[in-house]
Design a protein around this ligand. Structure first.
Ligand SMILES: NC(=O)c1ccc[n+]([C@@H]2O[C@H](COP(=O)([O-])OP(=O)(O)OC[C@H]3O[C@@H](n4cnc5c(N)ncnc54)[C@H](OP(=O)(O)O)[C@@H]3O)[C@@H](O)[C@H]2O)c1
Length: 309
């Protein structure tokens, strides 16, 4: 039997933080968690879009328990402020879905001097997770969900001497690097949970080829790049709906049987029901994971304290 939203258990008295909850997959995840009674912190950059997203959920689920939290993952300052604000209101967090992302955009440096795709897709989430850890460790069996992509196959593991791809920038190499980092981060975090005896799970998902704003934005932000236009045209024709693409995220976040350190994707990689699939080869490169962790701590100045409070 295919896993569907009907399999999501009661989420009442549970708190979920979802990044990029103002559109695309994040909005679907927020909606389905709220439908099951969860309190959802919608962490998002564009606040007008976030308010519209909240109203769209309330239009369907009038008693949805939702809260907006400004978060710009391209700014370590914003990440720190968001984490402090969330912690002040929520001493316990059950689910963190590190979903927000940008894809295939032109070279750009954030205010912290980071390459933007690595900054938003990985470094921002790395720092957010570390800073929310005290609240995640307060809940029994917390979940941290990271969102990768088949784009990871186009990327290399982070080079500590050049994590921001200063020489020969390529939009797909940068996206691939950030999405491989999502895999290495998720697996290393799960290993650290287990080494520390913490009953939390870190799970990585690939949503599948899904018709959201991701491809359209990459066209807008590159002024109509050729490969970006190709993916945009393709996803409009054959992409899954956001509701379908959100299923692997929702399964990883809520299925009691979802396995820490595992990958969940659509059955046929880019299409189909959410299933566990094996991770091969360099996904399990321990040296690359250790290097990513060191580089992420060095760049963000944030460290993980895995001692249960
Ligand atoms: N759609 C697919 O086919 C596909 C395939 C594989 C993987 N993914 C992954 O799925 C995730 C969600 O993407 P999506 O498809 O839902 O795309 P989307 O519709 O473009 O949504 C992306 C989300 O990320 C947010 N975001 C972008 N930059 C941000 C920043 N600096 N700070 C905070 N939030 C930021 C956006 O919010 P604003 O509008 O406020 O910027 C938006 O909510 C991404 O990690 C993507 O790599 C998607």
């Amino acid at each position: 039997m295919a896993w569907t939203t009907a399999d999501i258990l009661d989420q009442s008295r549970r708190v979920a933080v979802v990044t990029g909850a103002n559109g695309g997959l994040g909005l679907e995840v927020a909606k389905e968690l709220a439908r099951r009674g969860g309190h959802v912190v919608m962490a998002a950059r564009d606040q007008a879009k976030a308010e519209a997203a909240r109203e769209s959920i309330r239009g369907e689920i009038p008693d949805a328990s939702l809260e907006l939290q400004p978060l710009d993952l391209a700014s370590q300052g914003s990440v720190g402020e968001a984490a402090a604000s969330i912690l002040a209101d929520h001493p316990r967090i059950n689910i963190l879905v590190n979903n927000a992302g940008v894809m295939g955009i032109l070279e750009w440096r954030t205010e912290d001097g980071f390459e933007t795709q690595l900054a938003v897709n990985h470094l921002g989430h790395f720092a957010l997770t570390a800073q929310l850890l005290p609240a995640l460790l307060q809940s029994t069996g917390a979940r941290v969900v990271s969102v990768t992509s088949t784009g990871r196959h186009a990327g290399r593991a982070v080079d500590p001497a050049n994590p921001h791809l200063s020489v020969r920038y390529d939009p797909w190499r940068a996206y691939g690097q950030s999405k491989l980092a999502n895999v290495h981060f998720a697996l290393e975090l799960d290993r650290r949970f287990r080494a520390a005896g913490v009953p939390a799970r870190s799970i990585v998902v690939h949503p599948g080829f899904t018709n959201t704003d991701l491809q359209a934005r990459s066209v807008r932000e590159t002024g109509g790049g050729r490969s970006q236009r190709f993916f945009h045209a393709a996803v409009r024709r054959v992409g899954m709906t956001p509701a379908q693409g959100a299923l692997p995220l929702l399964r990883a976040a809520t299925d009691p049987r979802a396995v820490g350190g595992a990958l969940y994707t659509p059955q046929w990689v880019n299409w189909g029901a959410p299933v566990r699939r094996p991770l091969f080869g360099r996904s399990w490169n321990r040296d690359a994971m250790a290097t990513l962790w060191e580089v992420s701590e060095r760049e963000t100045g944030v460290t993980f304290n895995l001692k249960p409070p």
